[in-house]
Design a protein around this ligand. Structure first.
Ligand code: C2E
Ligand code: MG
Ligand code: MG
Length: 592
C-alpha cells in the first residue's frame, strides 16, 4: 500500500490535519473502487484503541481481526454489500482494543465521487460510542423492566378480577355458587329454553339450624353448612346447579329435558342425604330439611316468580312437616299469605285482637295454685282464635315481637293486679322471645310495666327457652342478671328439647326449670323417660331450682311426676289455658 505519500499530500493543510487528528475519533480515507484499501488512518487509532495506523493500512485483515468475533460475520457481510454497491457504511459493532477491552464503535463513511458520480474514495470515521451504547442499553433495560412490570401488574389485575368474579358468584363458606350465580343461571336457562323444555328449582331450608348455631356455636353451625353442602354436592348431577342462598338456605336448579321430573328425584336424594347424623364438635346432631319445588315453565316463567313459588312450597313443606312439597298454585300461596298476615298482625295489636289465656300451675305437694302462665292468642276476624304458633314466629322474624311482648306483659300484669285485688294471690308467667332477652332496654321496660301495674317483681316470672339464651349467652346473661336483680323470677321453658346441659346453665340466675311436655307424654309407658325425668328433677334440685312438669294430660302422669319429687305441674289434666274470667271461676270453684 503506497498510501502514505498520497495521504500526506491529501492532508497537506496543517490546520486541517490538526483538526482531523485532534477529534476524539478515528478518521480514515480509503480507495473505494470495487475494493477497500486504506490510504490514511488518523493517529487516534493508537490513542483510542491501541492499534497502529500503519499496521492497519498494511494489512486489510487487521481491522477485521479487531472486530468482536460475534459481530464479525455481520459486519463483513454488510461491508461487502456496501462496497459492491458503492454505498456508504453505517455500522455499529464491537471492537476489541489491542489491550483486550471491548468498545462499541459507530463507523460511518461518506463516498467521494468524480464529476460523473463514479465513486473514487471514502472518508470514514470511527467513533467510540461505548458510553452512549451503555446508556442506550440501560434505557432499553429499563423500558423492558417497565414492560415486564406492567405485564406483572396486568396479570395480577386479571387474576384479581377473576377472583372478584369468583367471589361475587360464590359463597365463601361452602365454596358453592351463590344467589347471584343462581339468578344468572336461571336467566340463561330461561332465555335458551326451547318449547317443551322443563326444569325444576328446589329450595332447601334446614330445620333446626338456628338451634345448632345457638347451642353449639357459630363454628359448629358453619361446620354443619359445609358438611351439608358436601353431601348435597354428591347428590346433584353435572347439569344441575347447587347454590347456597345464605343462612341455611340452599337451592338446586335441576336442569335438562325432563328436568321437572328429575327435580322430585333429586329432592328425595337430598332429603336422604341428611338421614345420617352429623358430628359437630363431637356431638351427634340430626338435621332435616324442608324442600320446596317449583317447575319451569308451569309455575313461573321468570326467576323471581319461580323462586317465590319454590319458597312458598318450602314453607308448605315446613308447615305440613312433609319434607318436600311441589308448588301448588291452588293452595294458599304462602308468601302472599305471610305478608298479608304480617300486615294484619300489625293492626291486630292496635285493634285489640290479641288476647291472653291463662293456664294454672299446680303445686304438687300442697295442691295449691301459685300462679298462671299467660299464653297469647289472636282473635282473628276471619280465621277465629289462632294459637301462638300461627303468629308468634312471624312476629319474632320481624320487629313486631317487641310490641307484642310489651302488650302481653302489660295485659298479664294488669290481670294479676285485678286477681290480687279480688283476693287471689297469684304470680304470672310470661314467655319471652330472644329479641327481648337480647335487648338491653328490656329490664327497664319490665320495671316500668311492673310499676304501672302495681305488681311486686317476685310475682312476675319470665319464661325463657334454652335456645333463646344460647343465641348470645353473654348478652343474655347480662340481661338475665339485671332482671334477677330486679327480683323477677326466671324460668327455663321447654327444658330437654335443646342441647344445653343443666351444668352449662349453672352460672345463670335461673330459679325454675320447666321440663318439656314431650317427656310427660311418655313417662306413663317408657321406663327410660321415667329415668330421665327423675334425674332431671334431681339435677334441677341440686342446682337449687324448682322443677315444673309441663303437659300433664292424665291423672297417671300427674301421679308419676309427683312421686318423682317434682314441685309443680301444668297441663290439660289440671286445667287448659282459659280466659281470665274462666280462671277466676275455676279458682273460686276449687276454693269452694
Ligand atoms: P309454652 O310456653 O311451653 O306453653 C305451653 C304450651 O303447651 C301452650 O301452648 C299450652 O296450651 C300447651 N299445653 C299446656 N298443657 C298441655 C297439655 O297437657 N298437653 C298439650 N298437648 N299441650 C299443653 P300454646 O298456648 O299453643 O303456646 C305454644 C307456645 O307459644 C308456648 O309454649 C310459648 O313458647 C309460645 N307463646 C305463647 N304465648 C306467648 C307469648 O306471649 N309470647 C311469646 N314470645 N311466646 C308465647
Ligand atoms: Mg311457657
Ligand atoms: Mg313450655
Amino acid at each position: 500500500m503506497a498510501g502514505t505519500s498520497e495521504t500526506s499530500s491529501a492532508i497537506s493543510d496543517d490546520r486541517f490535519r490538526s483538526l482531523v487528528e485532534d477529534l476524539p475519533a478515528v478518521t480514515y480515507i480509503a480507495d473505494f473502487v470495487g475494493t477497500f484499501t486504506l490510504r490514511y488512518v488518523s493517529p487516534q487509532l493508537t490513542k483510542l484503541f491501541g492499534y497502529s495506523p500503519d499496521a492497519w493500512m498494511a494489512d486489510e485483515a487487521a481491522w477485521v481481526d479487531a472486530v468482536h468475533p460475534d459481530d464479525r460475520e455481520r459486519i463483513l457481510h454488510e461491508a461487502e454489500a456496501c462496497i459492491a454497491a458503492a454505498l456508504p457504511f453505517d455500522f455499529e459493532y464491537r471492537l476489541i482494543t489491542a489491550d483486550g477491552r471491548e468498545r462499541w464503535i459507530w463507523e460511518k463513511t461518506a463516498v467521494q465521487r468524480d464529476h460523473e458520480g463514479r465513486p473514487l474514495a471514502v472518508n470514514g470515521v470511527m467513533i467510540d460510542v461505548t458510553d452512549l451504547h451503555h446508556a442506550q442499553e440501560a434505557l432499553l433495560d429499563e423500558a423492558e423492566g417497565r414492560a415486564r412490570e406492567r405485564e406483572h401488574y396486568e396479570t395480577a389485575l386479571r387474576r384479581q378480577a377473576d377472583e372478584h368474579r369468583h367471589h361475587a358468584l360464590h359463597d365463601d363458606l361452602t365454596g358453592l355458587p351463590n344467589r347471584r350465580s343462581l339468578y344468572e343461571r336461571l336467566a340463561a336457562e330461561m332465555s335458551a329454553a326451547q318449547p317443551g323444555y322443563e326444569f325444576s328449582l328446589l329450595l332447601v331450608d334446614l330445620d333446626r339450624f338456628k338451634e345448632v348455631n345457638d347451642v353449639l356455636g357459630h363454628q359448629s353451625g358453619d361446620d354443619l353448612l359445609r358438611q351439608v353442602a358436601a353431601r348435597f354436592a354428591r347428590e346433584v348431577r353435572g347439569e344441575d346447579l347447587l347454590a347456597r342462598l345464605g343462612g341455611d338456605e340452599f337451592a338446586v336448579l335441576v336442569g335438562g329435558w325432563r328436568g321437572a321430573e328429575a327435580g322430585l328425584e333429586i329432592a328425595r336424594r337430598l332429603s336422604d342425604a341428611l338421614c345420617q347424623e352429623f358430628i359437630l364438635s363431637g356431638v351427634p346432631v340430626h338435621v332435616e330439611a324442608s324442600i320446596g319445588i317449583a317447575r319451569y315453565p308451569f309455575d313461573g316463567a321468570d326467576a323471581t316468580t319461580l323462586l317465590r313459588c319454590a319458597d312458598s312450597a318450602m314453607y308448605a313443606a315446613k308447615d305440613l312437616s312433609t319434607e318436600l312439597e311441589l308448588f301448588d298454585g291452588d293452595r294458599d300461596h304462602h308468601s302472599p299469605t305471610r305478608l298479608k298476615r304480617l300486615g294484619e298482625l300489625r293492626q291486630a295489636l292496635d285493634r285489640g285482637e290479641l288476647v291472653l289465656h291463662y293456664q294454672p300451675k299446680l303445686r304438687l305437694e300442697s295442691g295449691t295454685i301459685p300462679g298462671v302462665e299467660a299464653l297469647v292468642r289472636w282473635q282473628h276476624p276471619e280465621h277465629g282464635l289462632l294459637p301462638p304458633g300461627e303468629f308468634v314466629p312471624l312476629a319474632e322474624q320481624t320487629g313486631l315481637i317487641k310490641p307484642l311482648t310489651s302488650f302481653v306483659l302489660r295485659a298479664a300484669l294488669q290481670q294479676v293486679n285485678a286477681w290480687q285485688t279480688a283476693g287471689h294471690d297469684l304470680s304470672i308467667a310470661v314467655n319471652i322471645s330472644e329479641r327481648s332477652l337480647l335487648d338491653p332496654d328490656f329490664p327497664d321496660e319490665v320495671t316500668c310495666i311492673l310499676l304501672d301495674a302495681g305488681v311486686p317483681p317476685h310475682h312476675l316470672e319470665l319464661e325463657i327457652t334454652e335456645g333463646t339464651i344460647m343465641a348470645d349467652p353473654v348478652r343474655a346473661a347480662a340481661v338475665l342478671r339485671r332482671l334477677d336483680d330486679l327480683g323477677v323470677v326466671l324460668s327455663l321453658d321447654d327444658f330437654g328439647t335443646g342441647y344445653s346441659s343443666l351444668s352449662r346453665l349453672r352460672e345463670l340466675p335461673i330459679s325454675e326449670i320447666k321440663i318439656d311436655r314431650s317427656f310427660a307424654a311418655r313417662i306413663e309407658t317408657d321406663e327410660r323417660d321415667i329415668a330421665i325425668m327423675r334425674s332431671t328433677i334431681e339435677l334441677g334440685h341440686n342446682l337449687g331450682c324448682s322443677v315444673v312438669a309441663e303437659g300433664l294430660e292424665t291423672a297417671e302422669a300427674l301421679q308419676r311426676v309427683t312421686s318423682l319429687g317434682c314441685d309443680t305441674g301444668q297441663g290439660f289434666h289440671i286445667a287448659r289455658p282459659l280466659e281470665a274470667d274462666a280462671i277466676s271461676a275455676w279458682l273460686a270453684d276449687r276454693q269452694g
